[in-house]
Design a protein around this ligand. Structure first.
Ligand code: NAG
Ligand code: NAG
Ligand code: NAG
Ligand code: NAG
Length: 347
């Protein structure tokens, strides 16, 4: 695929997705959040993995920032648009020690993160060691130590959040997709993947409760997307022709995503009972993404399943050519935030 048009397609995808979410959520009533604390994977990583494991290379960032900007996207991610809609700056990655400003929040997400810690290294499997439990530890430490340091005054006062902002902040989550693909990538069947979903959801529920215990009150939780429409999944896990839906997505994968989402919805209901002072919003990102992919032409896209800038083949994707450069395709993706297996490119 030729570079400029396909990259453009990806950024428009993100834009449409975000404008819909914003319209539903933020237009109705004015919200004044002084800070955002985000937890997640590549869907919302604004520089975490890049800070630790090397920068996501060009052409990441080229359409909006005009240089790599820590995002697995040519443009901006949903979390950037959420911050913008509140009039806040883009979130600094907690792990980024260069030039970060946490006055209005921090981003704990890293590309490839899962809810459950994986029993493999990033090198072996492509999944980030910064799983949600680690992100929670980081947040806990940040909460406590930022206040000690801020009380010293000077520049720290202009780099760290005020104490009261932790309870007034919006806590956002977009994580879980990699927990599902990790099972498939270790050759599990759909029923084997489904069997561990309750454990994944339990661990998610615990972390939200812990954050509530630290004063968090407003939670914005994205469900998981239709990962059965992602080039790196379709290329990597063979399925029967009969299992491909009319959009061209792998139906069994999307069914498992929806199984996870049904469970997540139940977890959210339980949390609402358990955490009486919390306002918890469940956001159906699956439907938004699936609609965009299945009605791509209506929204002005020619391709919704093939990776941009890839290596030919049905999905223009080749995981064996996946390590970190434009030439070898370390950034093959069809939706922003969905490069993980390509950008780390193990096996
Ligand atoms: C990792 O291994 C432990 C011990 O065998 C197991 O309980 C856990 O479920 C494994 N985690 C994953 C993500 O497979
Ligand atoms: C950090 O960002 C805030 C605005 O979000 C700004 O007021 C503050 O001056 C910045 N801190 C520094 C040290 O530049
Ligand atoms: C999954 O199966 C493939 C093909 O049989 C094999 O090459 C690969 O090593 C297996 N992966 C794991 C993690 O077991
Ligand atoms: C998309 O398809 C239309 C009609 O088939 C064609 O005219 C246009 O050049 C295509 N655009 C890209 C970027 O491939």
């Amino acid at each position: 695929m030729e570079l400029p048009s396909s990259v453009f397609v990806v950024s428009i995808f993100t834009f449409l997705l975000v404008s819909k979410v914003q319209w539903v959520a933020f237009a109705a009533s004015p919200c004044h959040f002084p800070a955002i604390f985000n937890f997640g994977d590549s869907n919302s990583d604004t520089g975490g993995l890049s800070a630790v494991f090397g920068q996501a290379p060009p052409p990441h960032g080229e359409s909006y920032f005009h240089h790599p900007a820590g995002r697995y996207c040519d443009g901006r991610l949903i979390i950037d648009f959420i911050a913008k809609s509140f009039g806040l700056p883009y979130l600094s990655a907690y792990l980024d020690s260069v030039g970060s400003n946490f006055t209005h929040g921090a981003n704990f997400a890293t590309a490839g993160s899962t809810i459950r810690p994986q029993n493999s290294t990033l090198h072996q499997s492509g999944f980030s060691p910064i799983s949600l439990d680690v992100q929670w530890n980081e947040f806990y430490d940040f909460h406590r130590r930022s206040q000690i340091i801020r009380s010293q005054g000077g520049v720290y006062k202009n780099l760290l959040p005020a104490a009261e902002d932790f309870s007034h902040a919006l806590y956002t989550f977009d994580i879980g997709q990699n927990d599902l693909t990790s099972g498939y990538f270790s050759n599990m069947t759909s029923s084997e993947v489904k069997a561990y979903v309750p454990d994944v959801l339990d661990q998610f529920e615990n972390i939200v409760s812990y954050i509530y215990g630290q004063g968090g009150r407003s939670f914005w939780i994205h469900n998981t997307g239709p990962f059965g429409c992602l080039a790196y999944v379709l290329e990597r896990i063979p399925i029967l022709a009969a299992e491909v839906d009319k959009t061209g997505c792998g139906a069994p994968f999307n069914e498992v995503a929806q199984y996870f989402n049904l469970g997540l919805k139940k977890v959210v209901s339980q949390l609402r009972k358990k955490l009486p002072l919390a306002a918890i919003t469940y956001v159906d990102v699956f439907s938004v993404k699936y609609k965009l992919i299945s009605q791509a032409r209506k929204h002005g896209f020619n391709e919704s399943l093939r990776a941009c800038c890839g290596h030919g083949g049905k999905y223009n994707y080749n995981r064996h050519l996946g390590v970190r450069s434009k030439e070898n395709g370390g950034w093959q993706r069809n939706i922003c935030g969905q490069t993980m297996q390509g950008s780390i490119g193990m096996d």
